[in-house]
Design a binder for this molecule. Structure first.
Ligand code: EPU
Length: 424
């Protein structure tokens, strides 16, 4: 097992390029199941553990996949299985993304229930509601979702989500793209990852109106075709790298981004006293003299993302005063806080809000976490902590950050990946 060893106190500076988005890659890859022939060529796909797990799932279904130099080729013509097994689904909840496409293409899907999550309840009722609206009959038995389109094909419908859900919107879109007739989705998620999925489905031949908004209309097609497609950048990775600059008092440019997608995060960096300069495809953050405390509420896009909440808490440990960080999407997503406190932070949890009393001098020790963004927050803390911080269970980071230590080293961080031996 690997660990990241960080000797803190280096000011970061320089330029790095953002990787492709993990959370848009996953539904795009799932959508390839909608087409029965030919090969997809998908560029800017990050080489991550979650992408490997997902392509493993597709291979299990009968697809052929190969990833080289961030280009993924997928052929789904030979897919014959409609069964997503527990062994693969338990590794990654996003496996639920195969439900809509399998059901739409084959009229049947059997997908293991994803089970628990490290940061609180993550139900899938809205995914199932959307499939039922499209005409599917669903039963849940022995830990599996069994979904069938009674006449072999889903039917267009009106779907209204009671709350905004990225995953359920994605599944509904993919299923509707091959359904008979027109589907409307109200209160759809408008995250850039969903916009990208819409653009991908449109490139495959689907007709979608309202792309980028919360009201979507999809005309179902009888068939969809393989395409070549460029994935978008990872806005959470980009935000994390900017936070690394800010926490070390540095100056960093992240290239290959669309600043508009980072708007809420960039605004908060400015409130925190950093200066931000953007071009069409880059963001430069220059740290101010000191960090100003900020209050954040994580909510659906275009508000501040929950996936940047943990990193922001790490940043605010260095601000001159008290910050309040509230998560309205995942009320219990605070695994990082006890570990940040072990490094010397002073953070209280009040229901779904973290109260961060800064500035605190952090001092390095061994830390670990149970999820991806929590681990990223510990890396940020390590960059500013005195002495050596060892971030254990790096496999969480590897799920969502492509070569994070290489990128941080390019910017001047003292960080290395080493083997972790429990009593070594
Ligand atoms: N929800 C339900 N029922 C459902 C689905 C969701 O109640 O059937 C609730 C959730 O419990 C949550 C809210 O709706 O309170 C929003 O969840 P959403 O469905 O939007 O989340 P998701 O699709 O499961 C994606 C990202 C997450 C990110 C969230 C929120 C992927 C693969 N995952 O999850 O990313 O936090 O949207 O933006 O796209 C990460 O990358 O670290 C990560 C966890």
């Amino acid at each position: 097992m690997d660990k990241l060893v960080i000797r803190g106190g280096r000011r970061l500076s320089g330029t790095v390029t953002a990787s492709g988005s993990k959370n848009s890659s996953l539904p795009i890859i799932a959508s390839t199941l909608l087409s029965g022939a030919g090969t997809f060529t998908l560029h800017h796909i990050p080489d991550l553990k979650d992408i490997k797990t997902f392509t493993q799932l597709l291979n299990h279904l009968g697809a052929e996949t190969s990833l080289a130099n961030n280009t993924l080729r997928v052929s789904t013509g030979k897919v014959q299985s409609m069964l997503a097994p527990y062994e693969l689904v338990k590794k990654m909840r996003a496996s639920i993304y195969v439900l809509g496409p399998l059901l739409a293409r084959f009229g049947h899907a059997r997908v293991s229930l994803p089970g628990g999550c490290a940061f609180g309840p993550r139900p899938i009722d809205l995914h199932l509601m959307a499939m039922e609206k499209l005409g599917a009959k669903i039963t849940i038995e022995t830990g599996f979702i069994d979904a069938t389109a009674p006449e072999g094909r889903l039917r267009g419908a009106h779907i209204t989500f009671p709350i905004s859900s990225v995953g359920a919107t994605g599944n509904a879109l993919m299923a509707a793209a091959l359904a008979e007739g027109t589907t409307t989705i109200s209160n759809a998620a408008a995250e850039p990852e969903i916009e990208t999925l819409c653009n991908f489905l449109a490139a495959m031949g689907a007709t979608i109106r309202g792309i980028g908004t919360t009201e979507l209309e999809i005309e179902g097609s009888a068939s969809l075709s393989p395409v070549e497609f460029n994935n978008v950048f990872d806005r959470i990775e980009a935000g994390t790298l900017l936070a690394a600059a800010a926490i070390t008092g540095g100056e960093v440019t992240v290239k290959g981004v669309e600043p508009e997608q980072l708007k809420s995060v960039l605004k908060k960096f400015q409130h925190a006293g950093c200066s931000i300069e953007t071009t069409l495809d880059s963001v430069t953050l220059k740290s101010g003299k000191s960090l100003i405390p900020t209050d954040i509420t994580a909510k659906p896009y275009p508000a501040f993302p929950t996936d940047m909440q943990a990193q922001w808490i790490a940043l605010m440990t260095q601000a001159e005063g008290t910050s309040h960080i509230t998560d309205k999407i995942y009320h219990e997503r605070f695994n990082h806080i006890p570990e940040l406190n072990r490094l010397g932070a002073n953070i209280e949890i009040r229901k779904n809000q973290a109260v961060v009393h800064g500035p605190k001098l952090l001092s390095g020790t061994k830390v670990m976490s149970t999820d991806l963004r929590a681990s990223a927050s510990l890396v940020l803390a390590g960059l500013v902590a005195e002495g050596t911080t060892e971030v254990l269970r790096v496999y969480h980071l590897d799920r969502g950050y492509e070569k994070i230590e290489v990128k941080l080293r390019t910017l001047g961080a003292d960080i290395s990946r080493e083997q972790y031996k429990e009593f070594g």
